[in-house]
Write a protein that binds this ligand. Structure first.
Ligand code: ATR
Length: 288
C-alpha cells in the first residue's frame, strides 16, 4: 500500500481523503490517503518526515501552496505559472516534484462536465490572490475573447495581467489550437470600482470574500444574457456568490465542488497513471 495525504492548516474539514478513498475503491489502486495538520512554522519539516516514512505524494492546501512552491526545485509549467504547488510527487529515489492541478480542474469541470466553451467568450475573473493565480493561465490558454482580472486592490490585478501577458509571449505553446479566425485574447486588470457597463459571459469568483460571507462589490449588470457564474468556493449551502448569481439572472450557477474533485482526479493521475471517473464522486459529495 502506497501512502498519500493532504497537508494544510486547518485540515479537519478537507474532503480530499473522502475523494481519494472513493478513487481508490473505484480503480482498485492500493493506496491509503490521510490528512496532516501542517506546522505553520515548519512546512518543510513536515514534508521531510512524510517522505522519510515512505510517503509517495501530498496534496497541499491552504496556507502552504506557496511554501511548497518555494521548497521544491523541480516544478511543472503549471506550478511555475501559478506560483503555487497543490500536488507533490515523490519520485523513486526520494526526489520531489511540484505540480498544480487547480487550473486543469476548473477547466475540466467547466468544459467537460458542464459543456461551457471558453473560446471567444468574455470572461471576468474576480480576485488576484493565490486562487486566481492558480487558474489564470489555463483560462487564458482556452482562448476566450477577453479575460479581465478585477480585484478590490487594483494594482494586484494589473500586475497579474501584465505578468500573464509576459509569460504568454515567453511560452505560447500551451494554448489550445487556434480558432479559425486566430482570435487573440484581450487581457487586462482593473479595480472592482472600474467595472461599469461591460457584460461578461462568465464571471469566476476567485476571491476569499465568501469565507466572510461576503461577495465582491461588483455592479448589478455585469452578466451578459445567458451568462454563467462560477464560484471557486464550495460549501454545503449555496455560497454567497452563487446566491448573487441566482439573483442576478445567471443562466447557470456553479460552485467549486466539481473543480475540487477534478483537481483531485488530476493529482491521482499524476501519482498512479490511472484516471478515475469523477461524476460518481461529485455525486457522492453533493448528495452524501
Ligand atoms: P486566496 O489564496 O484564497 O486567493 P489570498 O491570496 O489572500 O487568498 O487572496 C484573497 C483574494 O480575495 C484577494 O484578491 C482579495 O482582494 P485584495 O487583493 O484586495 O485583498 C480578495 N478578497 C478578500 N475579501 C474580499 C472582499 N470582501 N471583497 C472583495 N475581494 C476580497
Amino acid at each position: 500500500t502506497d501512502r498519500y495525504a493532504v497537508i494544510g492548516n486547518p485540515i479537519a474539514h478537507s474532503k480530499s481523503p473522502t475523494i481519494h478513498a472513493a478513487f481508490a475503491a473505484q480503480t482498485g489502486e492500493p493506496i491509503e490517503y490521510g490528512r496532516i495538520l501542517g506546522d505553520l512554522n515548519d512546512f518543510a519539516g513536515d514534508v521531510r518526515r512524510f517522505v522519510a516514512e515512505g510517503g509517495r505524494g501530498l496534496n497541499v492546501t491552504v496556507p502552504f501552496k506557496t511554501d511548497a512552491f518555494e521548497l521544491l526545485d523541480d516544478l511543472s509549467e503549471q506550478a511555475r505559472t501559478a506560483g503555487a504547488v497543490n500536488t507533490l510527487i515523490v519520485r523513486d529515489g526520494g526526489l520531489l516534484r511540484g505540480d498544480n492541478t487547480d487550473g486543469v480542474g476548473l477547466l475540466r469541470d467547466l468544459t467537460e462536465n458542464h459543456g461551457f466553451a471558453l473560446a471567444g467568450k468574455r470572461v471576468l475573473l474576480l480576485g488576484a490572490g493565490g486562487a486566481a493565480r492558480g487558474v489564470l493561465r489555463p483560462l487564458f490558454d482556452a482562448r476566450p475573447a477577453e479575460l479581465l482580472i478585477a480585484n478590490r486592490t487594483a494594482e494586484k490585478a494589473e500586475a497579474l495581467a501584465t505578468q500573464l501577458a509576459t509569460s504568454a509571449i515567453a511560452s505560447p505553446e500551451t494554448r489550445a489550437d487556434a480558432q479559425i479566425d486566430q482570435q487573440e485574447t484581450a487581457v487586462s486588470g482593473c479595480g472592482l470600482v472600474a467595472l461599469r457597463s461591460q457584460r461578461f459571459d462568465l464571471i469566476i469568483n476567485a476571491t476569499s470574500s465568501g469565507l466572510d460571507d461576503q461577495v465582491p462589490a461588483i455592479p448589478d449588470h455585469c452578466l451578459a444574457a445567458g451568462g454563467w457564474v462560477y464560484d471557486l468556493l464550495y460549501a454545503n449551502e449555496p455560497t454567497p456568490f452563487c446566491r448573487w448569481g441566482q439573483t442576478h439572472g445567471a443562466a447557470r450557477v456553479l460552485d467549486g465542488l466539481g473543480m475540487l474533485v477534478e483537481q483531485a482526479a488530476e493529482s491521482f493521475w499524476l501519482w498512479r497513471g490511472v484516471r478515475p471517473q469523477t461524476a460518481p464522486v461529485i455525486d457522492l459529495l453533493r448528495h452524501g
